[in-house]
Design a protein around this ligand. Structure first.
Ligand SMILES: NC(=O)c1ccc[n+]([C@@H]2O[C@H](COP(=O)([O-])OP(=O)(O)OC[C@H]3O[C@@H](n4cnc5c(N)ncnc54)[C@H](O)[C@@H]3O)[C@@H](O)[C@H]2O)c1
Length: 260
């Protein structure tokens, strides 16, 4: 896929989906800034990069804190000269029934998933506007925002729904700066978040972890569990020139689970 925009920043890329995106984009020649609250994890992602010609940098930032977001953008620009593609991937959740969720859960999940995504998008868009280069913003939502029945919890579903709405409005308001904004909605993807979810449900329901995984797969027409690399392929497409006329959209990567 053709690449005109080169410099990428990926939040939460020390593990899971963000890490898979970072590795794939590096392989395709992008300069990748790996951001994580855990700097060591971000560094470990970079150690796995196979393309040693493309530039890379590991950055520590907690994306729920605006001052750290601003510092993160400055570090990307300092390292690569500009920022072209912002991938707002960092997100958190825990498995819980709606009746057991509390205020602390609400603030924890929304501060990272909703507030963090918004202020990363705003800071990145400001930088892209200043550069006059245009750019791409990719937000990580979830099929939890589309009504997936086994979503980890209701606050998480709401935080991911906010990301879909933000994606639509941001695309409308940032198009004049040649910035495309899209979202990806993965179904359960085999990362630490999902391993924890499967473990909790297996204890709650007194079923084996294998049975829980089969249960998740019951309505998936293609019959496979998402791997982080499946999500990375969509992020690569949305970063490339092939998607230059696509904006304001949210794409499920879910094996056909929720047709839209
Ligand atoms: N795994 C799934 O099944 C699934 C499905 C749908 C959507 N998603 C979304 O995809 C994204 C990535 O999920 P994952 O499964 O790879 O998770 P993960 O837990 O494996 O990785 C998340 C990474 O984000 C980092 N992080 C957490 N809080 C942060 C913060 N405040 N600032 C910076 N970094 C922070 C963590 O340190 C970790 O490295 C999330 O937004 C998640 O909601 C995941």
């Amino acid at each position: 896929m053709k690449r005109n925009l080169n410099n990428v920043c990926i939040t939460g890329s020390g593990n899971g989906i963000g890490k898979a995106i970072a590795i794939l984009l590096n392989k395709h020649g992008y300069n990748v800034a790996c951001v994580d609250i855990n700097l060591e994890d971000a560094k470990k992602t970079i150690y796995e990069f196979e393309n040693k010609v493309a530039r890379s940098v590991a950055i520590s930032a907690d994306i729920s804190i605006i001052s750290q977001i601003k510092k993160m953008i400055k570090e990307v620009v300092y390292s690569f000269g500009s920022l072209h593609i912002m991938i707002n991937n960092a997100g958190v959740t825990r498995t819980s029934d709606i009746m057991k969720l509390n205020e602390q859960d609400w603030y924890w999940i929304n501060n990272i998933n909703s507030k963090g995504t918004f202020f990363c998008l705003q800071a990145a868009a400001n930088q892209m506007k200043f550069q006059k280069t245009g750019g791409r913003i990719i937000n990580m939502s979830s099929v939890g925002a589309r009504g997936f029945v086994d979503v980890s919890n209701a606050i998480y579903a709401g935080s991911k729904g906010a990301i879909i709405s933000l994606t639509k409005t941001a695309a409308q308001q940032l198009g004049k700066y040649n910035i495309n904004v899209n979202a990806i909605c993965p179904s359960p993807t085999y990362t630490e978040i999902v391993k924890k979810l499967i473990k909790t449900r297996s204890l709650e329901q007194n079923k084996s972890e294998n049975e829980i995984m089969k249960h998740y797969m019951r309505d998936v027409p293609l019959g496979r569990f998402n791997q982080p690399e499946d999500i990375a392929e969509m992020a690569l497409f949305l970063s490339s020139e092939s998607s230059k006329n696509i904006s304001g959209q949210s794409f499920n990567v879910d094996g056909g689970l929720i047709p839209s």
